[in-house]
Design a binder for this molecule. Structure first.
Ligand SMILES: Cc1cc2nc3c(=O)[nH]c(=O)nc-3n(C[C@H](O)[C@H](O)[C@H](O)COP(=O)(O)OP(=O)(O)OC[C@H]3O[C@@H](n4cnc5c(N)ncnc54)[C@H](O)[C@@H]3O)c2cc1C
Length: 499
């Protein structure tokens, strides 16, 4: 197998995955010609509104897209984490935040805060305290200057996001063709040489990025990748989605995940409207029943639409010179909003090979990149499985089924260890390296849901005193935070400069 030179990349699909791919490959690789071909008939998915921290990092640090212009054109709001209305029966909630929280170690010889959070998790980090006070990550310093955190997630409206990315792609010199791809040609080694378009044109290229969404037109339909289902661990397969215009002032700086009878519902806050999506299992209720439940609990919700999906990944995301990015390469339900995050991860793997090989495709590296990608996807499945196994909020047939039947898969050893010894940092050794949730994520979910553990030691008075002093500092810091509307006015003001 010899290395192949890549000088022209063809991206198929013009959703967020297609444009994120085109922009990265244009900007990160020198002398690369990038073309997007997208169907004028097949619309983009039109959902996907919540991100992890890696998406803003990708946009503003890897692609170097201006934050101020992004706020002006896409009108995102901030996401500091997820408020889980989840876990114990009753009305309680817990926060899984994007800043260090349960994994904070107050002194080198101290136990991490997760032990203290078993007793009381409130205000266990700055983001958590901001979330509970509905404040933005914008704190006014003693000098009266606003300080805005950059390591946060976004809430973004899918269509506005795609339109913005398209404008940026055109500025970066990406050619955009509006045509269906209907066929392709391969060489004797099974590498794609060209695509056939609906108008009869041939489009040649050296590397083909499949961003065709759930159709997976190149990876699955043409290259024969096999779907690996996560249905033994994750049972939901349908979402009903709606929104309503805002009349109140409080914009929550987080995604809310509320336990519902047959699944869960997200709430995402924008400046002018709120969206709700009820993700459920069609084995336990129809879409019409889900719409009724969502409507009863959110009387202002408008017209709803239904989206079906299947949960899993492909056995390979990269076959010869075809790479899948976005829903074409895998999809897990949006509880942890990981789809755009995985777009970034797939692109990291592609960029790494091409940039470090000076624009050559190295066949020997493809199996390694496929294995690294598999680990990232399976980690998401394992993490989500924990959410379903330990949620005792409702006693409905769906949730009883989740508690008894969820296959914890790769999370099983960690759950066993936690049960025996509590939230030890040793758990970290059971979490794959360089994945998105890490110790903070896993322990936030275990502690927040009050997952079973035989560990029942109370913190010592000294430990509790140190934890209280830490929480006092957190509360003092957030006392000077402003709300989301005020913070949006700060970052969109003509005089505002991002540091
Ligand atoms: C219910 C739900 C909630 C979600 N929530 C989130 C979330 O909160 N956060 C998050 O990160 N993600 C979320 N997602 C996922 C997110 O919507 C997608 O991962 C993301 O928008 C990327 O989509 P895409 O670009 O892969 O596909 P799409 O937007 O479906 O785009 C596919 C593109 O391929 C083109 N195409 C298809 N076939 C052909 C062909 N033969 N020839 C030419 N062009 C073709 C289409 O025209 C289109 O341009 C959610 C998804 C669902 C279903």
């Amino acid at each position: 197998m010899s290395a192949r030179r890549v000088s022209k990349i063809v991206v198929v699909g013009g959703g967020s995955a297609g444009f994120m791919s085109a922009l990265l490959l244009t900007k990160a690789l020198t002398n690369m010609q990038v073309v997007i071909v997208r169907s004028p008939r097949i619309p983009v998915i039109g959902v996907g509104e919540s991100t992890t921290v890696s998406v803003p990092t990708f946009l503003h640090e890897m692609l170097r897209l201006d934050r101020k212009q992004f706020f002006a054109e896409v009108q995102p709001s901030w996401k500091l984490g997820i408020r889980y209305e989840w876990g114990e029966p009753g009305e309680s909630h817990f926060n899984y935040t994007f800043d260090p929280c349960v994994d904070v170690q107050l002194r080198a010889d101290a136990r991490i805060n997760a032990y203290h959070c078993l007793k009381d998790m409130r205000d266990a980090s700055v983001f958590s305290a901001l979330m509970d006070r509905a404040k933005a990550p914008c704190i006014i310093t003693p000098e009266g200057q606003p300080k805005v955190a950059a390591a946060v997630g976004y809430h973004i409206e899918n269509k506005a996001y795609v339109a913005y990315l398209e404008r940026q792609a055109r500025i970066a010199g990406v050619e955009i063709i509006d045509e269906d791809v209907v066929d392709l040609a391969k060489d004797e080694a099974g590498y794609v040489t060209s695509l056939k378009l609906g108008d009869g044109r041939e489009l040649a290229g050296d590397l083909f990025i499949d961003c065709t969404g759930f159709a997976s037109w190149l990876l699955q339909q043409q290259m024969g990748a096999k779907f690996v289902s996560y249905a033994e661990s994750l049972f939901v397969d349908t979402a009903v989605v709606g929104s309503w215009p805002r009349t109140d002032e409080v914009i929550y700086p987080y995604t809310t995940a509320t336990t519902m009878n047959h699944g869960w519902a997200w709430r995402i806050d924008f400046a002018d409207h709120i969206t709700r999506g009820y993700v459920h299992s069609s084995a336990f209720c129809t879409a019409e029943e889900a719409m009724r439940e969502l409507q009863e609990k959110n009387p202002r919700i408008g017209e709803m639409r239904t989206i079906k999906f299947r949960t899993g990944r492909y056995d390979q995301f990269w076959i010869n010179n075809v790479v899948a990015v976005g829903n074409s390469g895998g999809f897990v339900e949006p509880l942890e909003a990981t789809a755009l995050h995985m777009v970034v991860e797939h692109l990291r793997l592609v960029r790494q090979m091409l940039a470090e090989s000076y624009g050559y495709l190295q066949p020997e590296l493809i199996p390694l990149q496929n294995e690294r990608c598999r680990i990232l996807w399976d980690d998401i499945r394992d993490f989500l499985a924990i959410h379903y196994k330990f949620n005792r909020r409702l006693d409905t047939p769906f949730w009883r089924h989740c508690r008894t039947e969820t296959n914890l898969a790769g999370a099983a050893p960690l759950v066993e260890l936690y049960e025996a010894v509590g939230p030890t940092t040793v758990c970290d050794h059971l979490i794959p390296r360089n994945t998105v949730f890490g110790l903070n994520g896993y322990l936030s979910l275990m502690v927040g849901q009050r997952a079973p553990t035989r560990w029942n030691e109370e913190p010592t008075p000294q430990e509790w005193q140190a934890y209280e002093a830490y929480r006092h500092r957190v509360r003092q810091e957030v006392a000077h935070a402003v709300d989301v509307r005020q913070a949006l006015a700060v970052v969109t003001h003509p005089a505002w400069r991002w540091g």
